[in-house]
Design a protein around this ligand. Structure first.
Ligand SMILES: Nc1nc2c(ncn2[C@@H]2O[C@H](COP(=O)(O)OP(=O)(O)OP(=O)(O)O)[C@@H](O)[C@H]2O)c(=O)[nH]1
Length: 383
């Protein structure tokens, strides 16, 4: 199979197309049925069919994660929030989860805040903590999960994303990465020994929202340089400057970043992808993680799209500028399918991907094209 499978307008007969799409729609219907959770408890506001949103808060040591948590907890948001302080280490998070599960170790502490927010601090590997929390279902309607400063948040995010598709009681709402405005550049550019990832870059690469915190400590020039690098790493994330992590909570909670069928924020995401031309190509700094915009004119068939995603995410056959196989940290794509008016939104985290037809039609007046923003973690060759 060739490395580049996604070809524009590789249109088979309309009948074949319809047959494929019907199958696909049927599968989706079945999946939706599976996802339905037979809960008798009415869904609290802000949840999706009774499922509870999880926001992952990550960021380098001392960037301001706890400050953000405390800020969210004490604000008036009408939510009952449970907090999980995540002890995932650098290595295999899942192995750690299993290890903890066997020993059954769990530390819980409940705290009632004045604003009605119920704060449960669970110092434990994430999954067990979530299971334990869910036994108290009804007492909270939002989960904030703070990773440790050196953690790789990708494992945590993948678990919740997959879990939601398996019919779990929780879903991943978004990843917030807090970056230190003063020292963030240093953290991002820090060279790691061979084979080791730069945690700060990885955390920024996965973010839906990047909070550039401690703006009081950095000059305008320092912040602009850092923002340039962050955009280079992650063209998908929105960057918000903060002091003491004070941010409008609408920008960090209930983002629905990972569920394509939610209409909340969808238009914004689509237009974001539409206007991001060239955003990823400026400032060629030496870095191991960066955004790449990939565009193909015309529309594609469903089978061509599937083959492309499999080649990119599973077979690792797509090459980056340096001729290295791309290693995707995150991906979002906007794809008009051949013979269809609707646009498909594609999301990926590492090897996982998901496609969902959006309620939006491709505008008649515009030329069709497929656009992907890929956050590639493959390091460029050493000079
Ligand atoms: N000057 C200044 N200090 C801040 C700001 N935000 C947080 N801090 C301080 O920075 C220090 C670290 O903040 P934390 O919120 O504990 O950072 P963290 O990311 O949770 O740290 P770790 O859990 O150790 O990784 C604290 O002393 C905060 O008071 C800010 O905007 N400006």
């Amino acid at each position: 199979m060739a490395g580049m499978v996604l070809q524009p307008d590789v249109v088979s007969s309309g009948k074949d197309e319809r047959a494929t799409d019907e199958d696909f729609a049927k599968e989706e219907e079945e999946e939706e049925d599976d996802e339905e959770c037979p809960e008798l408890i009415p869904a609290p506001a802000g949840t999706q069919g009774g499922r509870i949103p999880v926001t992952v808060i990550t960021g380098y040591l001392g960037a301001g994660k706890t400050t953000l948590l405390n800020y969210i907890l004490t604000e008036q948001h009408g939510k009952r929030i449970a907090v999980i302080l995540n002890e995932f280490g650098e290595g295999s998070a899942l192995e750690q989860v299993l290890a903890v599960k066997q020993t059954g170790a769990l530390y819980e502490e409940w705290l009632e805040l004045r604003n009605g927010c119920l704060c449960c601090t669970v110092k434990d590997s994430g999954l067990l903590a979530i299971e334990s929390l869910l036994q108290k279902k009804g007492r909270f309607d939002y989960i904030l999960l703070e990773t440790t400063g050196l953690a790789d948040p990708v494992a945590v995010a993948s678990v919740f994303w997959v879990d939601a598709n398996l019919g779990s009681d929780v879903y991943l709402d978004g990843v917030i990465t807090v970056v230190d405005a003063k020292y963030g550049l240093e953290h991002l550019l820090e060279k790691k020994p061979d084979g080791l990832v730069n945690e700060a870059a990885r955390q920024a690469g996965l973010a839906d929202i990047i909070l550039l915190n401690k703006v009081d400590l950095a000059t305008w020039e320092e912040r602009e340089r850092l923002k340039g690098l962050l955009r280079n790493v992650n063209a998908l994330a929105k960057i918000i400057e903060t002091q003491r992590a004070r941010v409008n909570l609408d920008f960090v909670l209930d983002l629905h970043s990972f569920d394509n069928c939610a209409s909340v924020g969808l238009r914004e995401r689509l237009s974001q992808l539409e206007t991001q031309e060239g955003a990823a190509t400026h400032g060629h700094l030496d870095q191991s993680i960066r955004s790449v915009t990939f565009e193909v004119p015309g529309s594609v068939t469903q089978s061509a799209l599937d083959a492309f995603l499999q080649d990119l995410l599973w077979e690792k056959k797509m090459l980056n500028e340096e001729g290295h196989c791309m290693e995707v940290l995150r991906l979002k794509g906007l794809v008009p399918l051949a013979c269809e008016r609707k646009i498909v939104l594609v999301q990926g985290v590492r090897e996982l991907f998901d496609q969902e037809e959006t309620p939006m039609d491709w505008p008649e007046s515009r030329h069709r094209h497929c656009r992907f923003i890929i956050i590639d973690t493959q390091a460029p060759p050493k000079v």
